[in-house]
Structures are given as C-alpha cells and as structure tokens.
Design a binder for this molecule. Sequence first.
Ligand SMILES: C[S@@+](CC[C@H](N)C(=O)[O-])C[C@H]1O[C@@H](n2cnc3c(N)ncnc32)[C@H](O)[C@@H]1O
Length: 274
Amino acid sequence: MVTLKKMLAGKIGEKQIQHLTTSYDIIGDIIVLEIKKELIKKEKMIAQALLEMHKNIHVVCKRVGIHKGAFRTQKVKIIAGEKRKKTLYKELGTRLFVDVEKVYFSPRLSTERKRIMEQIKPGEKVLVMFSGCAPYPCVFAKNTKAKEIVGIEINPEGHKLGLENIALNKIKNVRLYLGDVRKVIPQLKEAFDRICMPLPKSAEDFLDVALLATKKGTIVHFYDFLHEDKFSEAKEKIRKACLLAKKKCTIISVNKCGSHAPHVFRICVDFKVI
Ligand SMILES: C[S@@+](CC[C@H](N)C(=O)[O-])C[C@H]1O[C@@H](n2cnc3c(N)ncnc32)[C@H](O)[C@@H]1O
C-alpha cells in the first residue's frame, strides 16, 4: 500500500520523517492535518504528496490552532490545492456542507452519532443542544422515525450551515434555533424524550438548563473530557445537577467516544430522568 511516509521517503530526511503525522481528517474533499514545527519547511511537499495519493481530495489545510472559544472553532491554513474551506461531506445517508474553519465539525464523531441514532424510537422528540452545522439533527432525521428534532447553536455561521443542510437533505422535521441554550431552552417551554449535549469542554455548566427540558423518562447524553481514572466524576456532576433541580436520575452507561489527550477521553454518559 502507498503510504504518505513511503511517498516522501528520500525527499525528507529519516530523522525529520519521524515527525510526520500519519493520521489526518478527511472532510469531504478537504484534508485537515497537523504539521509539526520540524516539518514546516516541507509542508508544501507533504500536501502535494497527499493530493497525489488521494485523487478525490482538492484542498489540504494545516491546523494553526486548537479548538477554542465559545464556538469551539479552529484556525486552518490552506497549504495546497483550491482556495476554499467549505466542502460537502457525506455521513450515514446525509450530505452536509461544512466550513472547516467557521464551525466545529469532526468526522471522528460519526460512530457516536450512529450509536445515539440507533437508540431513537419512533415518535421521539429530540433536543440537540450545541448543534453546530447540524450533523446530529440531520443524521437523526434521515435515519430514524423521530417525530421532531430541535437544534440550538450560538455560532451564526454554524447555524447558517445547519439551515443549508436541512434544506439540502430535504428534511422537514427539524427546527433549528440560533442562540444561547441558556436563553432558548426556557423560551421553548417544551420537554423532550432525548437530549444530546455534545459540548464536552463545558456541558456540565449547562446541565441545569438541560434538565429544564426533561420529563420522566427523558434520556440525556452528557459529554465530558476526563482522564481514564476519573470517569466517575461525570456521574457525580450529573447527580449534583439533578439534586439541585430536584430531579431523580439513573445512570444507564458510560461510553468512551474518542481520545482527547494521552489518557484523557471524550466520554458520553447516558442517563435517564426517573
Ligand atoms: C463541540 S461543538 C459540536 C458541534 C456539533 N454538534 C458537531 O458535533 O459537529 C459545540 C458547539 O456548541 C456551540 N455552543 C457553545 N456554547 C453554546 C451555547 N451556550 N448555546 C448554544 N450553542 C453553544 C458552539 O458554537 C459549537 O458549535
């Protein structure tokens, strides 16, 4: 098999090639990768090799920052190919417009979206807090018999893409709101059968407002970043929030759904309000 390392053998010194990142994200026809500082002078060569390896890729971008700020976006720089950051990505029977810089999006969460999608029963009303460009709402709408799906997103660019994606997939049972979940949820005055909270960095700060939209039987998918020795802390955060909200809950499962740093994982705790 042709690997990036093999393509670059002889062109980059043996010592330098150790710094090559061999895993990268493919989002539609865009590759997003990390270039370590030792390889900055060779980045164009690396990007060209990637374009040669993947005939269906038209843009190669390098990450120039981490996901940050309230919008969880990351800066990227185009290092080869066409001059655009917007692409069309396909997942689980949906087509999604994604701008790799203007909105948070990770193809690595596809398995997690599928895991939740498979739990949705016919007729459910689902709330996706932090909906971004609406990958969760679109995947749920296309693959389940949910009655209605509501998404809330604070990033105007993400919300705009979300609306485009609903139209692109001809989805009729999704409502998207632009705004802060803390303001929008109390205004909705609705209770849901299922609530997703895909903001691992700070979902705990919004458990109180999520619980406002629950009723007996609601299942909540609560995300967190935690060290592998401290997964039980997520359960404590949930118990504390439920106690304050005077709601009872039972933990269903703790699921590892990605790695964040050495020994630190993205986890999802599924719990039920009883
Ligand atoms: C980790 S991203 C997940 C986006 C999307 N669900 C996905 O998986 O691609 C979290 C999203 O929450 C949004 N966000 C952060 N704080 C928010 C708030 N208070 N109200 C609504 N959305 C918020 C961010 O703008 C960001 O798009």
